[in-house]
Design a protein around this ligand. Sequence first.
Ligand code: GLU
Length: 471
Amino acid sequence: MTDRMTRKVRTRIAPSPTGFLHLGTARTALFSWAYARHHGGEFVLRIEDTDVARSTQDSVDQILAAMHWLGLDYDEGPIYQMQRLDRYRAVIDQMLAAGTAYRCWCTPGELDAMREAQRARGEKTHYDGRWRPGPGKVLPQPPADVQPVVRFRNPPDGSVSWDDLVKGRITISNREIDDLIIVRPDGVPTYNFCVVVDDWDMAISHVFRGDEHVNNTPWQINIFNALGAPLPLFGHVPVILGDDGQKLSKRRGAVSVTAYEEAGYLPEAMLNYLARLGWSHGDEELFSREQLVQWFDGQHLSKSPAQWDAAKLAWVNAHYIKQADDGALARLVAAQLQRRGIAAEADAADSTLARMCALFKDRCATTVELADWLGMYFADVAPRAEDVAQHVTDAVRPAVRSLRDALADAEWSKAAIAAAIKQVLATHGLKMPQLAHAVRVLVCGRAQTPSLDAVLELFPRATVLSRLQSP
Ligand code: GLU
């Protein structure tokens, strides 16, 4: 058995804090987390903040909050790369001493000229190795006024191969690969270098990440090898495409986990939906977190891009809303109502708000839709003139007045309200929909709702009476 097969499973997610937690990163985090949990391993959160100009604390906070919301708990971290600079410097010094890295004093202008000349000769642009030491090679005199970069001395020949957990065997010739800059002129090491030192130090056994990184992997493997560090296994997950078949991007709609939280999606629905984007377990569409962990063994990851399907996500969310505990739902809806300036009490599981959620949740795909419905209980309604004209007709008006009178004296319970409605229908010789539509339009602001007695019972009596005041 090879060393790699006997290693403890340790996975990681390594977001750059330059924005919110992107859905693609969340999905990779989910795969990494589920893989570690499936194998009884460990999951590490690393914050790749070496792009100092674009990294922000606000973004770190958002990423942590989104991970927490999704329930992706980590065993180590957050580990910040900027707090590991001493370690990177020590490794760079080792590499310079070992000759696996070297300083390069090329200025940006020189590099531009180099590329220009290569283009003019019809060559693919590449670093020409002018500062790369070699046997018998005389290097130029380092200019005093230029801050050098450090480059990795990539093997000039042969090729790099790995068995990608998602894409299968990948081989890239070293001739395709430049001597990569691993320390910038400002002394800050670059992504491809830090990631290797980190994955090595953190004993990462499996790297799942987006396939935009496939081209980085040969460099990373070469750096691992130069350091004598054990290689992790790599799995590059294809991108997520938007509804329109283009790469999921901000311009095409919400791409952050936080936006979906705000839009009224439940974390368990999001987790379930994201897991199915590019992974399958038979034809299971709805599964719990525990089932995901039980099933996620790194197999059945799709080689082709997954397509975002807003309608399917809404369907999955509707399923979890139906299943949700009404007290928990009430707290989420209270938060949604709060955003609209409506204070609603959600504390007790048997609160009125929880009962409202129970009554309406079957027809809602998000807690935002639920809040849309429940708004009528907390704020005035403005029925549309055409609904009033259609349903609150002269034929129905006297019955509405009778119902108002009956409700003024009735016991305030669903059964008593139902009895009052029945009585009024009999007295006025009307059919249920005629009266119910009119009452709904006046009290609820719309003609369709769940069963009228159940809907009315959840209003304070005074509100119903006042909305039925002058039909
Ligand atoms: N910081 C990189 C990113 O956000 C991580 C890449 C990796 O997982 O190696 O894309």
